[in-house]
Write a protein that binds this ligand. Structure first.
Ligand SMILES: [Zn+2]
Length: 358
């Protein structure tokens, strides 16, 4: 007979012995539960793969403060991507096939055949997978009778679910199921908030809540298009990335000079014209030092324009640009600081091309 659960009890269950797996499992259960209350490990593992892929490869969020002790989930993802994509640019989304494969490896990492003959990695992959430690730890990991290590049981139950490592299945308790049906959104909110509180100790990145929750802000470049088309300084027929002319209109795109996946919002000061092809090959990288210089100068000129902005666009000019900065000097300081933070977070910066027109 499981006890009556409420939001506070759930929140408390997330505290203590924290690691990111705890939050990931909570979130995966809330997101995948169906009325039969049973969830296979495979299904949960796919969710987990999705979360960590986005966090690690797209947003470059650290899941632990010890970089030498990466969670096994990250090691598996990194190895998988290395084998599949080599040095090519990693796509922003996992395919169904990726999720199928990754779910197998997350449950049992030793099934993964790593291409590189790296003993260190092989040793890591011979350890237990995601569920082995996470399930017994979920509600309260206790060191039994003063033992040095936690004991991980193959079968057990807590107030939230029972599980069976051999059957590879989780069964949600009646009271947790009731709580999820009633308070799904609040439970998600609590889980993400606790994950953010945990992660912000060792991450400096804007909009951590949105990133961890995988809530995607609208990339509404369209509203900026109008400004680019009608304010001379902005409308460039030169590609910021390669420095060549943009001849055909359909080749013209707006690039986020500091990557969108770091800034995580669309900002006029961060957008610049670029060829479609140049833009996609730039991917997740920060614009080169030359591009940054050029961007700062353009924004400073844009700041000066003020009275010369056509009346029709004045409101947008203030809303999306002028109100964002305190003064003209603020522009360079803020952009350089963001570039620095972005680099520290692990994003690569493009190299400046020699002889590029600035
Ligand atoms: Zn170009």
């Amino acid at each position: 007979m499981s006890k009556q659960l409420n939001l506070m009890a759930y929140k408390n269950a997330l505290l203590g012995n924290q690691n990111s797996y705890k939050f990931a499992l909570g979130l995966a259960i809330i997101n995948t539960i169906k009325s039969d209350r049973k969830i296979s490990y495979t299904k949960i593992a796919k969710e987990i793969a999705r979360y960590y892929f986005k966090h690690h490869f797209i947003y470059k969020i650290n899941e632990t403060n010890n970089l030498n002790q990466k969670p096994i989930v990250i090691t598996i993802l990194e190895e998988y991507m290395k084998i599949k994509y080599g040095k090519k640019i990693i796509p922003t989304k996992l395919t169904n096939n990726d999720l199928d494969n990754l779910s197998i490896y997350l449950i049992d990492p030793s099934k993964m055949k790593c291409k590189v003959n790296d003993l260190e990695i092989k040793k890591k992959l011979n350890k237990q997978g995601f569920f082995y430690y996470t399930l017994p730890c979920w509600q309260h990991a206790s060191k039994e009778n003063g033992k040095k290590y936690y004991s991980y049981k193959q079968k057990d139950e807590n107030d939230y679910f029972s599980y069976d490592i051999d059957e590879q299945e989780i069964v949600i308790t009646d009271s947790f199921y009731k709580l999820i049906t009633k308070e799904k959104e609040l439970l998600k909110y609590i889980t993400v908030t606790e994950w953010v509180k945990f992660a912000e100790k060792f991450n400096i990145t804007p909009r951590l809540y949105q990133k961890i929750s995988l809530d995607k802000p609208k990339r509404n470049n369209q509203k900026f298009r109008e400004l680019f088309d009608n304010i001379k300084i902005l409308e460039g027929n030169i590609c910021y990335i390669c420095g060549e002319k943009i001849i055909r209109k359909r080749e013209k795109t707006l690039d986020h000079v500091i990557p969108f996946s770091y800034v995580y919002s669309c900002e006029l000061w961060n957008l610049a014209t670029a060829h479609k092809t140049c833009n996609s090959s730039k991917g997740n990288k920060i614009g080169s030092p030359n591009m940054i210089k050029k961007l700062i100068r353009r924004n400073e000129n844009l700041w000066e324009l003020d009275d010369d902005i056509p009346a029709k666009y004045k409101k947008k000019y203030y809303k999306y640009f002028k109100n964002t900065f305190n003064c003209k000097q603020d522009i360079a300081i803020r952009i350089q600081k963001l570039v620095q933070d972005c680099k520290e977070a692990g994003f690569q910066q493009m190299k400046s091309k020699r002889g590029q027109i600035l």
